[in-house]
Design a binder for this molecule. Sequence first.
Ligand code: FAD
Length: 812
Amino acid sequence: MVEVPKSARAVIIGGGVSGCSVAYHLAKAGWTDIVLLERKRLTSGTTWHAAGLIGQLRGSVNMTRLAKYSADLYVNLEAETGISTGMRQVGSISVALTAARHEELLRQATTARIFGVEVAEISPAEVKAMYPHLNVSDVVGAVHLPLDGQCDPANIAMALAKGARMRGAKVLEGVKVTGVRQASGRVTGVDYVVEGEAGHIAADVVINCGGMWGRDLAEASGVTLPLHACEHFYLITEPIAGLGHLPVLRVPDECAYYKSDAGKMMIGAFEPKAKPWGMQGIREDFEFDTLPEDWDHFQPILEAAMERMPLFQAAGIHTFFNGPESFTPDDRYYLGEAPELGGYWVAAGYNSVGIAGSGGAGMALAHWITEGEAPFDLWEVDIRRAQPFQRNRSYLKERVSETLGLLYADHFPYRQMATSRGVRRSPLHEALAARGAVFGEVAGWERANWFATEGQAREYAYSWGRQNWFENAAAEHKAVREGVGLFDMTSFGKIRVEGRDACAFLQRLCANDVAVDAGRIVYTQMLNARGGIESDLTVTRLSETAYLLVVPGATLQRDLSWLRRHLSDEFVVITDVTAGEAVLCVMGPKSRDLLAAVSPADFSNAAHPFGTAREIEIGMGLARAHRVTYVGELGWELYVSTDQAAHVFEALEGADLGMKLCGLHVLDSCRIEKGYRHFGHDITDEDHVLEAGLGFAVKTAKGEFIGREAVLRKREAGLARRMVQFKLRDPVPMLYHNEAIVRDGQIIGPITSGNYGHHLGGAVGLGYVACVGESAEAVLASSYEIEVAGRRFAADASLVPMYDPKSERVRM
Ligand SMILES: Cc1cc2nc3c(=O)[nH]c(=O)nc-3n(C[C@H](O)[C@H](O)[C@H](O)COP(=O)(O)OP(=O)(O)OC[C@H]3O[C@@H](n4cnc5c(N)ncnc54)[C@H](O)[C@@H]3O)c2cc1C
């Protein structure tokens, strides 16, 4: 009989590689009173049948950091635990068959170098020398990572479990969690069954590492964990004579990866249209199961493989493997504490990189749980990015049929999903569509990214260079800088904070002073105790007891969660009112003339100064006009009740003052010229508000607020780094983010966000430069280059915005 404790500090649900890694790292951090519960046997879900590729090349800096951690950990795990992990650093090669793919690989290699991952560009001839079986006649280029590896996935999990046990953790098999109990918004423990008997473990922390079971498990507790299983395939050949020792090989343009092991070849697939699985739930007795063969589905991959590696033409097939794995709507896994329930943590949804990902993810989550904060910015994989609607199974089923294949597709900048679209729409959606809008999606919202001209195809032609909408964006940019443009920003998250203590509550959370008169708008951050930025927002005081908080659409759940977590016994009600109001942003030097044409209100500086909001009549309706800007121009954001949004839009359009419809791409390019920060890229919970250059929005004199001590300490100690704006002197190369900043010949960090500055005439990017003990002048005295796909380009650097440094245009 399995002995289950009555209480534990933490209960981990699931004994796959994810749960084992979380247990290992929690125990390593000193939390030894923990228990891992596995319904069947360890690894019997997805982990046992993974291909075992451990790659470090990732699309972003922090994902690279985590992948590198995993690889380093797995190399040492055997010595630590005595369990053979099969980890061999055979290296890996990724080959490009197109120029676009080559550029992507080189860009990723630059990102990897920022974190000291060993990576080299190699020629087709060098590929052939390392991989003689490969047909390289059409290979354009490749990268080689000598320290990438392959492993035995089940043994990695077993070694992690043993490492956890060695430190006192209990790892129990045959114990199924049947429910997570909660009281007053926090978990209190788990119910389970073991050998037909029910029991309960009291616990403060529960971690859902349930893999493809995770969604349903979470939903039963009111937690959103959007993931869905897909069938995932590989083939293993019979032994092939003379195969030799080969590195792992990826041919993403043919949706395939190759691994050699014990004289056999394995080929795995990331086919463009995947097969979702498990719509009716997962059988209770599922354990070390496989799914039926599907030769027709695999055929195109195999045919390409026979050309790419002719030895497949003669090789016998030993195993056709098909097993389920969970995929997420954006191909990123989930880590962190669920916003809906205190003490409920997740580490799930690994999109076929769970073995390579779990080492780093387990370390990061354990740090987050035990220290109360993530070790570094994890917004990319943060569970708080999930939208409640995304747990809809029809949405998930359709979306994951696309996301599996996207892992090996070209990861072009601005690439949009093709499936599960149109779930959240602005009241202006149809009107904008009729006027040429080409939409992109964020958090389920359809947003006009750019506007096609008459007769132009309303679709993206993706590339790493100037895409087909470059000239459209240039024209929209010009309209905002010289005339007037309209952006539909209905996707903004809108939160009402109301009640007797609303002011005191927000004063405690916001770094700026929000005890202002009704009608004032305050730009502020909410900080953590380290002075890191948890939220970037505007706070508008609507009345003595009511505020409207406006946040990016993508961070709404995170911001709501931050607010709710910090509410104590204050008399405050927090409500998500996002869907109640559309937001029409009228921006540009002619915005005042435009509004004056459709409204009797006075828009002069005296009557409506910057940073104020008031109700106006517009057309035959009403709006609240907020004088703020994210593009660095004179402008107003019009908050309009959704029922009147179409009317207000028609009124503005009817004024016939040359208003140009503008998309989100231009919003971004304008804001980056003006040096405005973007949450999630330039500013995160890891970035100190003073180092982000946002000290102007911090008012320590107002009294206590979260992060104040950290601000005072930083003022005393001096900045360790500064946010710098860069512009490439060569007008051709493009910046997106994750390119490397090179200071006096040394790579020092990533570009946090980049775009094309149509007004400044070149690519513009933001990024941090370390400056311990250095003056601002010393930082600027260096010479800067930006490394883009392995090539370095000279850049101008500035600590003040290159566009309108004194903000005269905003206040004109
Ligand atoms: C064909 C294929 C090839 C792959 N190749 C690679 C690769 O090369 N590299 C790589 O990094 N990744 C690879 N993967 C992905 C990798 O296998 C997964 O990402 C990883 O195993 C997921 O681990 P997990 O712990 O999240 O899920 P799982 O291994 O499924 O573990 C979840 C566990 O939770 C348990 N559980 C569920 N509900 C309960 C409950 N109520 N109570 C108790 N226990 C519960 C389940 O029984 C299960 O054991 C591959 C996957 C497939 C299918």
